[in-house]
Design a protein around this ligand. Structure first.
Ligand code: UDP
Length: 313
């Protein structure tokens, strides 16, 4: 049994990772400053033996009593709207927060996993994106605060591995969806689900020809758990290679929800990547991992969650 610290533990991915680790019999400490996370994502874990929640901003020194075997550093605003509204917090958690979390990993001799992102590839010139691609990022554009924070976080992680021998790993996460995304986080899936459930027009940015590849959260979490208990130090893409245009995605959400909404076209945000698709050769070879949940099935689970949220709000 391992003792696992999850920073950003009250967020979308952090809370699902907490479930997965608890489900595997591990002890879990979730840490979050609740800037974009919510304890309601962890409500079902409070009071369970082996679970603890600590409210703390990881850009400040992190103190944990007792041993730690694994640190999953997942704290960060993660949707384009969030990091546009919280640019300095995004840069601080990726830089100062990663430094503090790595210092803790060194102190506790723990395996450390940084949540990195497909955004390190920016608006990619290589397609699909293998981990060996260095990316095409605009450092001073509106998305730069997130992209560069994560690129810095990867550099810091490799430095702690090389200079201090910390057992680190890097997961590059591609678009992921599922229950516990925030209805108002601005990402395409919550936006379309919210619009479908309230009978509003679907807002497609640009002409909708830009592509993304959507991974259901349970698949992603399985990949991250495998990486956490492996000894791999170099970046591993985790995502679903099924690529589609945003317009196709809108049509799929319309089909699953049965909504009759119109599609309206809005301006494409600055530096919005034109294509994105993970090359998961490394995840397959190193972790024996690949996604299993079909888009239709994942959307149905997610719809059930958002139905509850829309009715509650
Ligand atoms: N998008 C859209 N309508 C929305 C929200 C997003 O068409 O209401 C587009 C966005 O421009 C991007 C894609 O959907 O091309 C995915 O956006 P998201 O914010 O989910 O994440 P990203 O992949 O850009 O980080």
């Amino acid at each position: 049994m391992a003792r696992v610290l999850i920073t950003g533990g009250a967020g979308f991915l952090g809370s699902h990772l907490a479930d997965a680790m608890m489900g595997r019999g591990h002890e879990v400490i979730c840490m979050d400053n609740l800037l974009t996370g919510s304890t309601s994502n962890l409500g079902h874990l409070f009071g369970k033996p082996g679970f603890q929640f600590v409210k703390h901003d990881v850009t400040n020194f992190i103190h944990i009593d007792g041993p730690l075997d694994v640190i999953l550093h997942f704290a960060s605003p993660a949707s384009p709207i969030d990091y546009l509204q919280l640019p300095i917090q995004t840069l601080k958690v990726g830089s100062l927060g990663t430094h503090k979390a790595l210092g803790l990993a060194k102190e506790k001799n723990a395996r450390f996993i940084i949540a990195s992102t497909s955004e390190v590839y920016g608006d990619p010139l290589i397609h699909p994106q293998p981990e060996s691609y260095w990316g095409n990022v605009n450092p001073i554009g509106p998305r730069g605060v997130y992209d560069e924070a994560k690129r810095f976080a990867e550099a810091m992680t490799m430095a702690y591995h090389r200079a201090h021998g910390v057992n680190t790993g890097i997961v590059r996460i591609f678009n992921t969806y599922g229950p516990r995304m925030r209805l108002n986080d601005g990402r395409v899936l919550p936006a379309f689900m919210g619009q479908a459930l309230t009978g509003q027009d679907f807002t497609v940015f640009g002409d909708g020809s830009q592509t993304r590849s959507f991974c259901y959260v349970s698949d992603l979490v399985e990949g991250i758990c495998r990486l956490a208990f492996s000894n791999e130090h170099f970046p591993v893409n985790i995502g679903n290679p099924r690529e589609m245009t945003i317009l196709e995605f809108a049509e799929e959400v319309l089909r699953v929800t049965g909504a009759k909404c119109k599609i309206v076209f809005k301006d494409l945000p600055e530096d919005d990547p034109k294509v994105r698709q993970p090359d998961i050769t490394r995840a397959r070879a190193l972790l024996g991992w690949e996604p299993k949940v079909a888009l239709r099935e994942g959307l149905e689970h997610t719809l059930a969650y958002f139905r509850g949220r829309v009715t509650a709000s």
